[in-house]
Write a protein that binds this ligand. Structure first.
Ligand code: HEM
Length: 160
């Protein structure tokens, strides 16, 4: 597993400190951006509440629960920056749960990563700098690499 530099960790921790206290609204910004970039993702949420449009989805309690789950994964990663490998099994399993091929492609090809960066940019304003962006990208790629080992273990092609 790749590692992060001390500077990466410092930038990530510092920027998450306030965002992490207010997870859902930030998660909603991230997913609103995701659906803007890739509206086809809406159809992957099959909840009781109709997720036919972005607005329907964003007001669905089940969807907001998923937003919370996503933010808690980010929170866990930020809390384990010194030993991200301890999340390996959890992330492998999470990868398996997200192995629909359309979803793998999105997570891999980084529409999800772009949406995460967009949320950080909106929330941090001037504190969103090039090194900070790179630090988050480095963490994202470690998390995605572990998730994709879950897909690979399931006999799926990694780059699918
Ligand atoms: C591309 C967008 C994504 C889609 C369409 C998607 C879809 C889903 C669906 C349909 C479920 C099962 C129902 C549910 O629990 O709500 C789920 C569960 C979950 N998702 Fe996602 N997901 C996406 C991205 C992510 C990301 C980026 C993360 C975190 C890195 C994440 C974390 C989780 C977690 C923690 C669960 C619960 C797993 C469990 O039940 O053990 N999801 N996701």
């Amino acid at each position: 597993m790749e590692t992060l530099t001390g500077k990466d960790k410092e930038l990530i921790r510092g920027s998450w400190e306030s965002l992490g206290k207010n997870k859902v609204p930030h998660g909603v910004i991230m997913f609103s951006r995701l659906f803007e970039l890739d509206p086809a993702l809406l159809s992957l949420f099959h909840y009781n509440t109709n997720c036919g449009s972005t607005q329907d989805c964003l007001s669905s309690p089940e969807f907001l629960e998923h937003v919370t789950k996503v933010m808690l994964v980010i929170d866990a990663a930020v809390s384990h920056l010194d030993d991200l490998h301890s999340l390996e099994d959890f992330l492998l399993n999470l990868g398996r749960k997200h192995q629909a091929s359309t979803l793998k492609r999105r997570i891999h090809k980084s529409v999800v990563g772009e949406s995460l960066l967009y949320m950080l940019q909106c929330s941090l304003g001037q504190a969103y700098t090039a090194p900070l962006r790179q630090a988050w990208l480095n963490m994202y790629s470690i998390v995605v690499a572990a998730m994709s080992r879950g897909w690979a273990k399931n006999g799926e092609r990694k780059a699918d």
